[in-house]
Design a protein around this ligand. Structure first.
Ligand code: VG1
Ligand code: CO
Length: 639
């Protein structure tokens, strides 16, 4: 059923409602509401935004099929702000537990009646009211299929719960890092991100939602656990009876005291990165005729950012942006910037006379892949190299970094930089939410994950474009005195030099996507059992065990503890084998196997990672009995 079909419009011009409080959640307050809608625009450059219809008309002719149930038992409750709020009965829905990064499911699941609405209402039920009442929230997304409908549901439920204002990216589009930046800049109480990140989009694929808190960081587990609890007991959704908001132009629309502001998704973010980096320095590199740059937006959200930033501000040529138009289904692609899914870019970069620098970002713009000509930079090396070079090349770090951190499965390359620079260092579980407290507490500046996530405390999310700008800054800084025609220091040169100084941490990740959950869970149980029986000194082929455990993390700032974050076998030479199950998939179970080995000897650094790691990979496969448990001969993705 369609949400609009049951909205009642009563006493439209009655203003005698202010005595009703929010806590009158729908039991019998039949008399309602609304002053005429007023619209205005504060920006002279922005067109005036008028709702398409009057409230009365829209309530009856609402065109968008918003999947919030419209039960005849829905009651209208009054609000002091003067918009009509309906209390729609609902029932708990199983399985709304968030994973590594928000709630991700197939679009079809989210389109079920009340599915999204229940989760959004459960979120409001979980937050202290001072965190949103009359407050400011941000709403953005990666432009994928279902975002438009979802935006309207979220806006109406936010209004229904007494939010004062919601700031929305034009057409509901705003990258994950930009949402984090906007929350911080505008001092918002938090924000929603509509994205399943690197998971494919379209009617048959994935959708997702994530809530970030007031410093721009993904909500901590204490909140997401509460939301989950509330999804299991939810009984009503508070939804405002307002028309669908026109999100196609920047400007303001007002409904009673509730305001929707549509903003350009790029400008706040651009202003921030202009402050972080030396744009003149980067421009000097990108405008060189002897430097060729290519950025692949994978038809995802960074398509909206690439031209204004790389082309308009930094002077890259317009044809250096590929797949730069964001599409609802990412052009049938899998917007995951890795060697498998960004193969078009990889092919170009490995071609004879390919460009000097190539990069890509994912669905929601928080991941990055960095390539030189014929050269791939592993994300674990990337964050270490950025950290080692940041002070000179990036103005934001001119006084040095406060501390460095990586997720547990990420290679130890960053540890060596922290040691050498004498910086505090932290190892956290997988997922960006674990970096936020360290940043807020002033302990952490630069951090990364092996999964193509790199970032800093300029915001509280990983940031794909930031990583590209960081690398361009490093290359530009190293070449700033090079005359035209002189050989430039390349991406590969920078990486090899880094290995020569710090040693090389060979690293690889094998993903076995969408395995049967039963087999994958059994394998993890088997590994945990192996861990419990293991002891230091145990021999595994030519490796001797230093320790094995299931990673447990105590947050140094708030003392919160998380367990079961990945089974690891650490050997006496520092080599590591790690297994965990993905928390971002939408079907079955994805097994991730991480392999790492340190090599101090420079003459061995040029080896191919798969060759160097072969003995350890074989050991990992045999000790886990992965093939037996999952039935998989080969991984789906190798990084
Ligand atoms: C994966 C990555 C993890 C990353 C997460 C969200 O999680 O391994 O490092 O933080 O995705 O990234 P998992 O649980 O599937 O291993 V994104 O760009 O999808 O928001
Ligand atoms: Co992402």
């Amino acid at each position: 059923m369609v949400f609009s079909s049951c909205l009642r419009v009563e006493n439209v011009f009655s203003h005698a409602i202010s005595k009703f409080k929010h806590s009158n959640n729908g039991n019998g307050n039949g008399s309602v509401l609304s002053p005429p809608i007023s619209s205005f625009s504060l920006l002279s450059s922005s067109p005036l935004v008028f709702p398409k219809f009057s409230l009365l008309k829209t309530s009856l002719t609402h065109s968008l099929s918003v999947k919030v149930s419209s039960s005849s038992s829905s009651t209208a409750i009054a609000e002091p702000e003067g918009i009509k709020i309906n209390s729609v009965p609902t029932k708990p829905i199983e399985g709304q537990k968030t994973g590594t990064s928000g709630l991700r499911k197939k679009v079809k699941v989210f389109m079920q009646e009340n599915y999204l609405a229940n989760w959004i209402q459960a979120l409001f039920n979980s937050l202290p009211s001072e965190d949103y009442k009359n407050g400011l929230l941000v709403l953005g997304g990666d432009g994928r299929y279902f975002n438009k409908e979802a935006s309207q549901i979220i806006i109406k439920i936010a209004a229904g719960n007494g939010v004062g204002k919601i700031l929305v990216g034009k057409e509901g589009v705003m990258s994950t890092p930009a949402v984090s930046a906007v929350i911080r800049k505008r001092k918002a109480n938090g924000g929603f991100i509509m994205s399943a990140s690197h998971n494919p989009g379209g009617p048959e694929y994935d959708w997702g939602i994530k809530f970030n808190y007031n410093s721009g960081q993904p909500a901590p587990e204490s909140i997401t656990d509460k939301i989950y609890g509330n999804t299991l007991s939810i009984s009503k959704i508070k939804i405002a009876d307002i028309p669908d908001v026109d999100l196609s132009h920047p400007g303001f629309t007002k409904y009673g005291n509730f305001i929707v502001e549509v903003v350009d998704p790029v400008s706040d973010y651009l202003e921030l990165v202009e402050h972080v980096f030396d744009f003149e320095l980067i421009r000097s590199l990108l405008s060189r005729p002897d430097f060729r740059f290519i950025f692949d937006a994978m038809h995802a959200v960074t398509g909206a950012y690439a031209k204004p930033i790389f082309v308009d501000k930094l002077g890259a040529s317009p044809d250096s942006i590929s797949n730069g138009v964001p599409l609802e289904d990412f052009g049938h692609g899998h917007p995951d910037p890795n060697l498998t899914y960004a193969k078009d870019l990889v092919k170009i970069m490995y071609s004879e006379n390919g460009p000097d620098f190539g990069a890509a970002s994912d669905g929601d713009g928080d991941r990055n892949m960095i390539l030189g000509r014929g050269f791939f930079v592993t994300p674990s090396d990337s964050v270490a190299i950025i950290a080692a070079n940041s002070q000179g090349a990036i103005p934001y770090f001119k006084s040095g970094a406060k501390g460095l951190a990586r997720s547990m499965p990420t290679s130890g390359a960053l540890d060596r930089v922290a040691e050498k620079l004498n910086l505090p260092f932290f190892e956290v579980p997988t997922g960006w939410k674990f970096f936020g407290n360290l940043m807020d507490d002033g302990k952490l500046s630069i951090c990364g994950e092996e999964s193509f996530g790199t970032g800093s405390d300029h915001i509280r999310e990983k940031d794909g474009i930031w990583a590209v700008l960081a690398w361009l800054s490093i290359i530009a800084y190293r070449n700033k005195d090079k005359k035209p025609g002189e050989k430039l220091v390349s991406v590969a040169d920078v990486v090899k030099e880094h290995w020569a100084t710090f040693g090389r941490n060979f690293f690889s990740r094998y993903d076995y996507e969408e395995c049967e959950s039963e087999g994958a869970n059994k394998m993890m149980e088997y590994l945990r059992d192996l861990v419990s029986k293991s002891k230091p000194g145990d021999k595994y082929g030519s490796y001797a065990l230093q320790y094995a455990d299931d990673f447990k993390y105590t947050d140094p700032v708030d003392g919160s503890v998380v367990t079961k974050q990945g089974v690891r076998f650490v050997f006496t030479d520092g080599s590591r084998i790690i297994f965990r199950l993905s928390g971002t998939g939408s079907a079955g179970a994805t097994v991730r196997m991480y392999i790492e080995q340190f090599e101090p000897v420079a003459s061995k650094h040029e080896m191919d990672a798969q060759t160097a790691l072969k003995p350890l990979i074989d050991l990992a496969l045999s000790l886990s009995k992965l093939k037996d448990f999952t039935g998989r001969e080969k991984p789906t993705v190798i990084t």
